[in-house]
Design a protein around this ligand. Structure first.
Ligand SMILES: Cc1cc2nc3c(=O)[nH]c(=O)nc-3n(C[C@H](O)[C@H](O)[C@H](O)COP(=O)(O)OP(=O)(O)OC[C@H]3O[C@@H](n4cnc5c(N)ncnc54)[C@H](O)[C@@H]3O)c2cc1C
Length: 473
């Protein structure tokens, strides 16, 4: 994204301290901390009519896949604090639905950011670079002179309803993003779900919940995915043994691993990573989470097509890289092929007059944005800011996992060495773990032993991760 210097004659001129482009989870979490911790003036711009980013275009049955307690902005709780009593997430912390997430971000904008009188919000506007944006309905032009541009579009989350599939679909083929499934009025001959990631999983679980016969579902999986065991990511003392016990297990698994592949085996053996089909070794990792109940449901799907990527869909067949699958002309194809995690090059988060939020803790974009804003608010030099906010690669399999885990652990280590940061993290609701660890009483020997095992294995794990990363260079 180009710089923020503005000179667009005929445009309304605005001056501000921070121009934030993108009011998704990242832009909102960043602005929330900046408003609380500085007296800065902020302009926020987004194409959507409401804050929340991709949640505006989500499918009707979407939910978060991590507990709501870790999601959103620092200043406002999202979780209902409930443990699910029914459904496939039974026994685990609640997962906000798409409408709940959207309403939440709307409330953050209307009840926190705008009432500060230091935030001006421009929905329905396309940012075109160089500090310029245009209102989509009126065509009005705006030109912003900002001290700092905050580019919250960089993570570039793709969702099925907004992406163009990278394969051909012939006229007459019944094809839709999973968003349209609840609008179906007539049963097709069968369902083909295209995509082995989080949205593909959601489509299948939803069809099964609607009592669709699993044998009428075909699942196109170009690469099987390693999945995160949601039970190991639960907040609070009640789940301490599951969550911190798992973290200690993970450190041990990594410390003892002999190769990146062996690391995946060990992370699976300690029940942190899961796979759907025991006989197929996954090759992809995008950090989708699952519960054990969800795995059991997914295993009911027996028609799994592993013939590479879809190239085209014709009225009576689907052509893939490595073969052809014949189908009834009334087969319904459901597009779940958008990758929520596009490949991107990491870049320094802080540069002269431009901040590019990326993750600084693995799997936690909202928490990361809050940290980046806090560092911006409290540190003076670019060097110090970037030292405390080294971008963490997005999740991937193989040695990519080692790169991600290493950076994430080094950031955590650096924050732990910084008394102010340590204190701030204890109060950050998006950091599900620091406050919980601090709550463990000195008398609780069981929990203390878990924390000790975690600490004892952390350094050997970092050493091992560094070796894997070095060897891959
Ligand atoms: C189905 C699903 C479930 C998920 N669940 C979780 C979860 O449980 N926990 C978790 O931590 N993460 C989850 N994620 C990951 C997700 O990436 C983050 O939750 C987060 O919402 C991403 O926010 P973002 O601000 O980076 O991106 P986005 O939500 O994509 O926001 C970017 C914004 O930038 C705007 N924009 C881009 N270009 C321009 C332009 N030129 N002009 C104006 N506006 C522009 C877009 O309109 C958009 O609003 C999930 C993702 C998906 C798809």
């Amino acid at each position: 994204m180009p710089s923020q210097a503005a000179s667009n004659s005929g445009a309304t001129q605005l001056n501000t301290d921070y121009l934030i482009v993108g009011t998704g989870a990242v832009g909102m979490a960043f602005a929330d901390v900046l408003v609380a911790e500085t007296d800065a003036d902020i302009v926020m711009v987004d194409r959507f009519a409401k804050p929340g980013g991709h949640w505006n275009a989500a499918y009707p049955f979407v939910t978060l896949h991590q507990p709501s307690q870790f999601y959103g902005v620092y200043s406002r709780e999202l979780s209902k604090g409930a443990i699910d009593q029914v459904g496939l997430n039974k026994g685990l912390h609640d997962l906000a639905t798409g409408p709940e997430v959207s309403a939440y971000f709307d409330a953050v904008m209307r009840h926190t950011l705008l009432p500060s009188n230091r935030v001006r919000y421009f929905p329905m506007c396309n940012y075109t670079g160089d500090g310029n944006f245009e209102h989509k309905l009126s065509g009005d032009q705006f030109s912003v002179e900002a001290s700092t541009l905050v580019d919250c579009t960089y993570l570039n989350t793709a969702v099925p309803s907004m992406h163009t599939p990278n394969f051909e679909v012939a006229d007459g083929v019944r094809f839709m993003p999973l968003n349209d499934l609840p609008r179906l009025t007539e049963a097709p001959a069968g369902y083909t779900v295209i995509g082995g990631g989080k949205t593909g999983i959601d489509a299948i679980l939803w069809l099964l919940e609607q009592r669709v016969n699993p044998d009428s579902i075909t699942w196109v999986v170009s690469r099987d995915a390693w999945l995160l065991n949601r039970a190991t990511t639960q907040p609070g003392l009640e789940f301490f043994e599951d969550t911190f016990g798992s973290q200690a297990d993970q450190m041990e698994a990594i410390a003892n691993a002999e190769s990146p592949e062996d690391m995946f085996d060990r992370l699976e053996a300690c029940n942190f990573l899961k796979r759907v089909y025991p006989e197929i070794r996954p090759t992809m990792f995008h950090a989708a989470t699952v519960s054990d109940l969800e795995i059991v449901e997914l295993q009911r799907i027996k028609n799994v097509v592993r013939l590479g990527r879809v190239q085209s869909i014709e009225p009576t067949q689907m052509i893939l890289d490595d073969g052809v699958v014949a189908a009834d002309a009334n087969q319904l194809y459901i597009d779940c092929s958008a990758s929520a995690l596009p490949e991107l090059d990491l870049k320094p988060i802080f540069t002269e007059r431009v901040i590019t939020p990326q993750t600084v803790r693995s799997f936690q974009p909202a928490f990361s944005a809050s940290v980046i804003a806090h560092i911006e608010a409290t540190r003076d030099t670019l060097e110090e800011k970037n030292r405390l906010c080294d971008p963490v690669p997005l999740p991937s399999a193989g040695v990519g996992y080692a790169q991600m885990a290493l950076k994430s652990m080094m950031n955590q280590f650096n924050w732990g060495q910084d008394p102010e940061m340590r204190e701030w993290l204890l109060g950050n609701r998006l950091d599900g773990f620091s406050a919980t660890a601090a709550m463990v009483s000195t008398e609780d020997e069981g929990k203390r032993a878990i924390l000790k095992r975690l600490r004892d294995n952390a350094f050997p794990a970092v050493t091992k991760l560094s070796e894997f990363v070095e060897a891959a260079k």
